[in-house]
Design a protein around this ligand. Structure first.
Ligand code: CA
Length: 423
């Protein structure tokens, strides 16, 4: 029996394994549409090499630059809607390489409040020979838009952990039906919210993934949102405290000038930012003056608060670590204004207070942070119950707000480099 004939025979039996160098034909893909999985509706179709073009992203969603999808290999594209609760409407996709499958599944994550599929990450994984899966986490919207959670607790649960778990078990079933064997290894790959998603998987469903790669995780989200508004209180609440962006450069220069050499290499990078103790007062403007190269006394106090940490004003307990010295050029997202980061204000508006009119200036860093924790009750926040193959890295592919706190934040979770990532 020739290899091609054998593959066709096994496909008919639903037992097809992708024989080395062989391709699965279109009928194997079409067949997936009849797969029955509880609360999942599926569609599937073959997409030839270079033929995929991404659907338009929602306003504020992740951009889909066409060049990210040039020369994609041929795939079986599975789209699905999952409804694990009566209020769920989770969109997900699985892309299955028609040939050259490496036997592995890669789950890829989201950013901010999600609301769209990160197709460019799916494209990278497909090129690497992976079967790859992603979800919009159960709603369509911009990454800075948390309105979906307003009076929709099931949708919030989908965002918090359920969509990723459900997509993962669905993707494994789809992969097995297509190839005739389940993935031999499954990896998670996400950054920011994607990092938090990986931690929730490790916490709740440690058997979903054999290895987890978390970039700059949005970890301890209730306190992360509180910290973001701590920075907003420092710089945006009182106009006198506002630090114009050009002064970030002045403060950064003072930090680098003082501390770059502490790691014995003058390269503009601080190997260990915590060795650096520069006080913003060192560039305070002469009394009664102001310039782009110095800070006024209220701006000095604002910068000191940003270096933090954020603290409970009544007990002095640390709410969240401050931004590191050396991170000043990345302060714009949190401190640049005119409004605070909407990811954080929406957390308090729609989840904690359930009041779209809530004003960040009223945030009480004692009782309101406690309220956020009480309401969350482990939904978005979680601590790992066991060690596992979790590799955390401090930076996303491009600067993001979490970068600045990551060196301290990552201590809140478990760091273990898994040998599995090298297989
Ligand atoms: Ca250095």
């Amino acid at each position: 029996m020739g290899l091609k004939l054998l593959a066709g025979f096994l496909t008919l039996l639903g037992l097809a394994a992708p024989l080395h160098g062989q391709s699965l034909d279109a009928s194997a893909c079409e067949k997936l549409a009849s797969l029955k999985i509880e609360h999942v509706s599926l569609a599937s179709r073959s997409v030839g090499a270079g033929e995929f073009s991404p659907p338009a992203s929602p306003a504020g969603g992740v951009p889909n630059a066409p060049q990210a999808f040039a020369n994609l290999p041929a795939m079986c594209r599975v789209t699905a809607t999952l409804k694990p609760s009566s209020d769920s409407d989770i969109k997900m996709e699985v892309w299955l390489p028609v040939s050259g499958w490496n036997g592995k599944l890669q789950g890829v994550g989201n950013g901010g409040w999600a609301g769209s599929i990160f197709y460019f990450m799916m494209a990278n994984a497909l090129r690497g020979g992976y079967a790859v899966v992603a979800t919009d986490t159960g709603h369509a919207g911009g990454m800075g838009d948390g309105t979906f959670a307003f009076n929709h607790p099931e949708k919030l649960t989908d965002f918090a952990w359920r969509a990723v778990h459900e997509m993962t078990i669905t993707a494994k079933a789809v992969s097995e039906a297509y190839y005739g064997s389940a993935p031999r290894l499954s990896y998670w790959n996400g950054c920011s919210t994607g990092g938090r998603q990986g931690l929730k998987e490790a916490q709740r469903y440690p058997s979903d993934y054999d290895g987890i790669l978390d970039g700059a995780p949005a970890n301890y989200m209730t306190h992360l949102s509180s910290h973001s508004l701590w920075v907003a209180h420092a710089t945006l609440k009182d106009p006198a405290s506002y630090i114009p962006k050009e002064k970030f450069a002045a403060l950064h220069k003072a930090v680098i000038d003082a501390c770059d050499g502490l790691d014995a290499v003058k390269d503009g990078v601080l190997e260990n930012p915590r060795q650096c103790k520069v006080d913003p007062k060192s560039i305070e403007c002469p009394a009664g003056t102001d310039a782009s190269t110095c800070l006024t006394p209220p701006q000095v106090e604002a910068a000191r608060k940003i270096y933090g940490p954020a603290r409970n004003p009544r007990t002095g307990a640390e709410i969240f670590p401050g931004l590191e010295r050396g991170s000043e050029m990345g302060w714009g997202a949190l401190a640049g204004g005119p409004a605070p980061l909407s990811i954080s204000t929406d957390h308090f508006k729609y989840i904690v207070f359930k009041d779209p009119q809530w004003d960040y200036r009223t945030l009480d860093f004692d009782k309101d942070v406690a309220k956020a924790d009480e309401i969350d009750s482990g939904l978005l926040v979680g601590r790992l119950q066991r060690s596992g193959d979790v590799f955390m890295r401090p930076r996303c592919a491009k600067p993001c707000v979490i970068d600045a706190v990551a060196p301290k934040n990552r201590q809140l979770a478990i760091l273990k480099i898994a040998s599995a990532f090298h297989s």
